[in-house]
Design a binder for this molecule. Structure first.
Ligand code: EPU
Length: 424
């Protein structure tokens, strides 16, 4: 266990380059299971979740190699169809192996995943979708068990909600099903589009990527491919919000402004000047930010993964902001920690009302998940005095070289062991 010690009254300024998206890379790694042979993924972020996903693939018989800055995954002809709890519990994305395993092995046994404690996070759409594709699926002893001895058969699946994970799992399963599958009300997130691009490179036939109707013509086999992971819009967004919060000036390279449309619009409304090119975004803000209203929605709506950072921004903005969370029921739990830094936040169900204060004040706080952790770090950077954020491992799950990036942007951050019992 480690904690981050952050000196307050920082102003983030400078340049940073983001690597590939966590929420893309993890699914691309699962997609590799669909084809025997060597898949090469580039721009895979150096984060803990990638390490865990790599171990999971190794358990399935894959060999992994990370020389030359790329991740090579050698997938054998016969893969192990079980994914145990000890690894799966560490990250929600491990459920993405379910679709490829049923498609390739005709059966799968995957532990119910863990991941962030940000709400109930059901799997009903993954399960009913696979059942519609012809698998027999049931939950027993903490595992999702799926069997499709005669293979999967294409069908039309209408999702109740454009779930990112369910869309991806069903897309992966459908790629090796017999016949055509239509996923209606599919997620349109750029990471889903990235997965479609990789699958197309493997020989899959997919129409409608980026729309809410995906049509997948199943193939008998797919071939291993090379793919460059999409840049991480959440990491880019975090540093841009950090620039706004600290009245700084940050240019994020390898960022795609079109994937951050609504975020940049809100930051502009908060008073920032945003400029961008094909693969960079710059944000400058000299005065105190102004309050803005945010309501999270599936893409292209405001991303839930940047909600917490916007609460931190609202905490120091001029005026009162109403923030609405529509995706995860537990995503306001962290506001208690933000309140420890002097924020005036009241959260009730899906809504948080944030009254901006002129200054936050440094304190010890605990990061409950990746994004809330990032929000607390940003708040600590602009607080008076020092802030110590426990649970640094949560941030390491999603932010490569966190300390290095913050230092390059002018912050003073150090890391130390966090022995919870040391003071008892
Ligand atoms: N849901 C169900 N049933 C299902 C599937 C989802 O009820 O079968 C619910 C969930 O409980 C949740 C909502 O639908 O309330 C959205 O879930 P979704 O499936 O869209 O999200 P996810 O695939 O579990 C991914 C990202 C999250 C990101 C969300 C929304 C990964 C590994 N995770 O989660 O990222 O917040 O999409 O964009 O891709 C993060 O990176 O910090 C993170 C949590």
């Amino acid at each position: 266990m480690e904690r981050l010690r952050i000196a307050g009254e920082a102003r983030l300024a400078g340049e940073v380059t983001v690597s590939g998206a966590k929420n893309s890379a993890l699914k691309l790694m699962a997609a590799a299971l669909l084809a025997e042979g060597r898949t090469v993924l580039r721009e895979v972020p150096a984060i803990l979740d990638v390490t865990y996903m790599g171990r999971l693939l190794q358990r399935m018989g894959c060999e992994l190699d990370t020389t030359d800055g790329a991740l090579s995954i050698d997938v054998p002809a016969n893969i192990e169809h079980e994914a145990d709890y000890d690894l799966v519990r560490r990250l929600r994305a491990s459920i993405t192996v379910l679709g490829p395993l049923v498609a390739r092995c005709g059966r799968a046994k995957v532990a119910l995943p863990g991941g962030d404690s940000i709400g109930s996070r059901g799997l009903d759409m993954h399960v009913t979708g696979l059942a519609k594709l012809g698998a027999e699926v049931h939950i027993e002893h903490g595992y999702v068990v799926a069997e499709a001895a005669k293979g999967l058969v294409g069908t039309t699946i209408e999702l109740d909600f454009p779930s990112v994970g369910a869309t991806e799992n069903l897309l992966l399963a459908a790629a090796l099903a017999t016949g055509t599958t239509v996923i209606d009300n599919a997620a349109r997130e750029p990471e889903v589009v990235d997965l479609c691009a990789m699958l197309t490179g493997m020989g899959a036939k997919i129409e409608g990527a980026g729309t809410s109707m995906l049509r997948i013509e199943g193939q008998e086999t797919l071939s291993a491919t090379e793919h460059v992971t999409l840049p991480d819009r959440m990491v880019a967004g975090t540093w841009l919000i950090g620039a706004a919060l600290s009245r700084g000036d940050v240019t994020v390279h390898r960022a795609r402004a079109e994937h951050l449309d609504i975020v940049l619009e809100k930051l502009t409304m908060a008073g920032a000047t945003v400029t961008s090119g094909p693969d960079w975004v710059r944000l400058e803000l000299a005065d105190r930010p102004r309050a803005v209203e945010i309501s999270t929605l599936p893409y292209p709506g405001f991303p839930t993964d940047l909600q917490a950072m916007m609460v931190s921004l609202a905490a120091v903005s001029e005026g009162t902001s109403m923030i609405t969370e529509n995706l995860f029921d537990g995503r306001f739990r962290f506001v208690q920690e933000l309140a420890r830094l002097g924020a005036d936040v009241r959260a009730d169900g899906h809504h948080a009302v944030v009254r901006g204060v002129p200054k936050l004040s440094g304190a010890p706080v605990e990061a409950p998940d990746i994004r809330a952790g990032a929000a607390l770090v940003l708040a600590g950077l602009v607080a008076d005095g020092e802030t110590v954020v426990s649970g640094a491992h949560h941030l390491d799950r999603g932010y490569p070289d966190l300390d290095g990036v913050l230092t390059r942007l002018g912050a003073k951050v150090s890391r130390e062991p966090d022995d919870l019992d040391a003071d008892l």
